[in-house]
Design a protein. Structure first.
Length: 213
């Protein structure tokens, strides 16, 4: 079973970190499930094995060695979105609509919308809400109403990052506030420059902290 999982991951150019993000499990836990060393390997729970089969688009019987025919299975529960890289990159619409993406992650189809993408967090600007290594799921600013406390992936002029939107009650100005205010600056968007602000709503994370948003 482990050999078949590894072969499928290699053929589909899926890295172990992609599987970790999809399963929302710890790196060490997944590493022990997939270890070729029987002395340290842990058994994969049936519920996890089913999710792995869905991610690799094969039926679970093939993974378990109960059949040799590899039947491709398209999950009705999950779809994939491109993983564009670090949070210091803000994608263009043309980049999101490319036919082939170098990396992708699975996402619950109930959360899907057009041109969604994922980014890997590389800064501590939103720590402890978001940690380095978390994967954020982003929905571009199509018909997004700017509201107080919304967590976004933003680009403002030459600045790119993740912040929480605050609306100044006195001036109605948009303010980008990092959770880690000791190390990162607050950015105030003048009313005349609001058109320079591009945002994508962050709808969730492959992290145990995602419910804090």
């Amino acid at each position: 079973m482990i050999k078949r999982i590894r072969i499928l991951m290699s053929e589909q150019k899926i890295k172990q970190k992609d599987l970790v993000a999809f399963l929302e499990e710890k790196q060490g836990t997944v590493a022990r499930w997939l270890s070729e060393n029987e002395k340290i390997r842990n058994d994969i729970p049936n519920t996890i094995l089913l999710k792995i089969a869905l991610f690799l688009k094969v039926d679970v019987e093939y993974l378990m060695g109960l059949q040799d025919e590899r039947v491709r299975v398209e999950s009705s529960l999950f779809s994939t979105i491109p993983l564009i890289g670090r949070d210091s990159i803000f994608p263009t619409l043309e980049e999101l609509q490319k036919d082939k993406q170098p990396e992708s992650i699975a996402l619950d189809k109930k959360l899907m919308s057009q041109n969604m993408y994922a980014i890997e967090i590389k800064t501590t600007s939103m720590y402890p809400t978001i940690k380095i290594g978390d994967i954020a799921w982003c929905r571009p600013n199509i018909n997004i109403e700017i509201e107080d406390n919304l967590v976004v992936h933003y680009q403002y002029k030459d600045k790119i990052g993740i912040a929480r939107i605050k609306i100044d009650k006195d001036t109605s100005q948009i303010v980008l506030v990092p959770d880690n205010i000791e190390e990162y600056r607050i950015i105030t968007i003048p009313e005349r420059n609001e058109e320079d602000l591009k945002i994508s709503k962050i709808i969730g994370f492959s992290s145990k902290l995602k419910d804090k948003l």
